[in-house]
Design a protein around this ligand. Structure first.
Ligand code: NAD
Length: 475
């Protein structure tokens, strides 16, 4: 496993940062320092962007077949080092080993494999009579990623950017940078041309702002908070660069009365608690009809109370919250839920039994939550579920849409057609019918303040392409 994140990968070399600032990396299961991350500055960003800019001209000319070979070589090493990537993620953000090995690390393989599949047949040229529409790489990209599904979010950006023929500077989360170091080692190992991929560590105010304002960056692809998404959009505006944003959510999960509550409610609760609730697409508002509230409340409370919490190297169902700031925010939101008068059905603000050290939170369920409560409106990003009630299906849809976000959602019904009709009325980028899984080939992204771009599969590749119309070609 990568031991620290104190060097940057720029122009094909591991280099020392220009800036001397460093920050401790804290294991959220133990609250102990286990490594350091260097916090770069403007000089480091300038160096990395200059390298990416210099490499662009050559790399953009690579054929799709050449780019496929590069992606396949990277993916083979990502597969080979999956265990190390899982260990890094587990240590830096607290995912239990089973989740880190079974989902967090393999999500990198999933996105590289999918983009390879897409690139095999993708048409970069389209003919309209004597006009040729070309799809060309957008240019130098700044990729900025968070700590909650770190390899997933890095791979959803790096893989399509390479497939498109872009060059890039990756700034991973300063709180979980080690899996990115492993990916940089892999890209170095397979002999990618110098400057095509660059890695600079740092925080949002330093490296993040310098990247997004830079005149030589053609596109920013960002995943994280809506707050940072707004700041990035402002910062990028003066240079008219393309900005793709994958932001927060407060997704609704509508359970219709004909669904089987005994399986649907436990599955819904477990879905929210996965990754300690730190997923942008978590369906954190569970909507049931008023007449079935009591049944849903009891099932949800029993399910949440049975979910085990423990350190990342244990067999617990969920690990700690990934960092101290987020831990404090989740506890504050739980206290807010109580003070706002929601019914506390399971969990609460104290630490789980026997876990006095580490950022552990009890799986928490609130009932009788309404859209005017803070816990019914704001993204909590922790193991906290809010149950809300509706009187009829049209009110359920109204409540589901009564949010500034629009990332994901769910509809459960014994009648698939009815579920689909409800899904069609949700103002959200993704909807799961009866708990269906995500599809790596389908677009991932949101409406409203959940973002403005789409990732994954061919839709993710298209984000990194410019369109050029060439008129007057031979018929
Ligand atoms: P954040 O948005 O502040 O950080 C995510 C990434 O953006 C990090 O790499 C960070 O360094 C960078 N960044 C921050 N401010 C920036 C700026 N002004 N310019 C450029 N880059 C910037 O997220 P956070 O503070 O770690 O978490 C706060 C909240 O964000 C959470 O409570 C949660 O609600 C949400 N969140 C959402 C996602 C998601 O996948 N949508 C992921 C993480 C956090």
């Amino acid at each position: 496993m990568a031991q620290d994140a104190t060097r940057f990968y720029i122009n094909g070399e591991w280099v020392s940062p220009h800036s001397a600032a460093r920050q401790d990396l804290i294991n959220p299961s133990t609250e102990e320092v286990f490594a350091e991350v260097a916090l770069g500055g403007g000089e480091d960003v300038n160096r990395a962007i200059a390298a990416a800019k210099a490499a662009f001209h050559g790399f953009a000319k690579w054929s799709p077949a050449e780019r496929l070979d590069l992606l396949k070589a990277i993916n083979a090493k990502v597969i080979e080092r999956n265990g190390e990537i899982a260990e890094a993620i587990s240590t830096e953000m607290g995912a239990p080993t089973a989740l880190a090995c079974g989902a967090q690390a393999p999500s990198g393989i999933q996105h590289f494999s999918e983009i390879i599949r897409v690139l095999e047949t993708f048409d970069f040229e389209e003919r309209l009579g004597t006009t040729i529409v070309r799809r060309e790489p957008v240019g130098v990209c700044a990729l900025i990623t968070p700590w909650n599904w770190p390899m997933n979010q890095i791979a959803t950006k790096v893989a399509p950017a390479l497939a498109a023929g872009c060059t890039m500077v990756l700034k991973p989360s300063e709180l979980a940078p080690l899996d990115a170091v492993i990916l940089a080692e892999i890209i170095d190992d397979v002999g990618a041309p110098a400057g095509v991929f660059n890695l600079v560590h740092g925080d949002g105010a330093g490296v993040g702002s310098a990247l997004t304002a830079h005149a030589d960056v053609d596109m920013v692809s960002f995943t994280g908070s809506t707050r940072a998404g707004v700041a990035i959009s402002h910062n990028a505006a003066a240079t008219i660069k393309r900005v793709a944003l994958e932001l927060g959510g407060k997704s609704a999960n509508i359970v219709l009365d004909d669904a089987d509550f005994s399986t649907v409610i436990p599955a819904s609760v477990r879905g929210v608690m996965l990754n300690s609730g730190q997923s942008c697409n978590a369906q954190t508002r569970l909507l049931v009809s008023e007449s079935r509230y009591q049944e849903a409340a009891e099932l949800a409370a029993a399910t949440a109370s049975a979910i085990t919490v423990g350190p990342s190297d244990s067999n617990a169902d969920i690990g700690p919250i990934a960092n101290k700031a987020q831990y404090e925010r989740v506890l504050e939101m739980i206290e807010k839920g109580v003070s706002e008068g929601a019914e506390l059905l399971a969990g609460g603000a104290g630490p789980p039994d026997g876990l006095d050290r580490g950022y552990f939170v009890k799986p928490t369920v609130f009932g009788r939550v309404t859209s005017d409560m803070k816990i019914g409106r704001e993204e909590i990003f922790g193991p906290v579920l809010s149950i809300m009630t509706y009187s009829d299906v049209s009110e359920a849809i109204e409540i589901a849409n009564d949010t500034e976000y629009g990332l994901s959602g769910g509809v459960w019904s014994a009648d698939q057609t009815r579920a689909y009709e409800v899904a069609a009325q949700l103002r959200t980028g993704m909807v799961h019918l009866n708990g269906a899984s995500l599809d790596p080939s389908a677009p991932f992204g949101g409406y409203k303040k959940s973002g403005n771009g789409r990732e994954w599969g061919k839709y993710g590749l298209e984000e990194f392409l410019e369109l050029k119309s060439v008129y007057g070609a031979n018929a």
